[in-house]
Design a protein around this ligand. Structure first.
Ligand code: HEC
Length: 159
């Protein structure tokens, strides 16, 4: 009898996980620039996210991203203690001119199976009003960030 009860519990847990898994994933956008923009501005506005503990607020930056920036990181990414970051991780970088005018928003979004050879990141550079160019797997983004492939292509945070 005890065994039957235990088995029933195990089955219930497995069922619950099977149902919850897709429900969580369904909340996330696909590797698509418009869907991702909608997600980070409407569904889960990135300005409410956290930041890496070693990269808070305005920070000086290098080319090509511009002289100053802020990097916002979603909860999935912030939980990561070591690379690689979990699927669903998003980093949003606001790039400003020297006089603090928002010039571009560059995003990295980790999507399972999207680009396994290069960390499964979906890349996009948006204008402040949400037009993406380039996006997807741009060789430029990947070659620069790829110098730190062991840090899962992340440049502003050391694990
Ligand atoms: C010439 C090299 C170079 C290229 C090309 C480049 N990046 Fe970066 N990226 C950097 C550097 C350096 C940083 C660290 C912050 C800084 O200096 O601005 C960075 C930081 C970032 C961050 C903050 C998270 C992190 O990884 O540290 C994001 C997001 C980002 N870049 C996205 C992109 C996207 C999207 C593209 C392509 C459209 C791109 N980058 C192209 C050099 C590059």
């Amino acid at each position: 009898m005890k065994q039957t009860v235990a088995a029933a519990w195990v089955l219930t847990v497995i069922l619950a996980l099977a149902l919850a898994g897709p429900a969580i994933a369904a909340d996330m956008p696909g590797p698509d620039p418009a869907a991702l923009w909608n997600y980070i501005t409407q569904v889960s506005p990135y300005q409410k996210w956290g930041m890496w503990p070693d990269h808070q607020g305005f920070q000086p930056g290098r080319a090509p991203h511009g002289p100053i920036h802020k990097v916002f990181v979603n909860e999935a990414a912030l939980k990561a203690e070591k690379p690689p970051l979990p699927y669903g991780s998003i980093q949003v970088k606001e790039n400003y001119t020297a006089d603090k005018k928002l010039a571009a928003i560059t995003v990295m979004y980790k999507v399972k199976g999207y680009n396994p050879g290069d960390g499964d990141w979906f890349w996009a550079k948006y204008s402040p009003d949400g037009k993406a160019e380039p996006f997807g797997k741009p060789a430029g983004c990947i070659s620069c960030h790829g110098t730190r492939a062991k840090n899962d292509f992340v440049l502003v945070h050391d694990f």
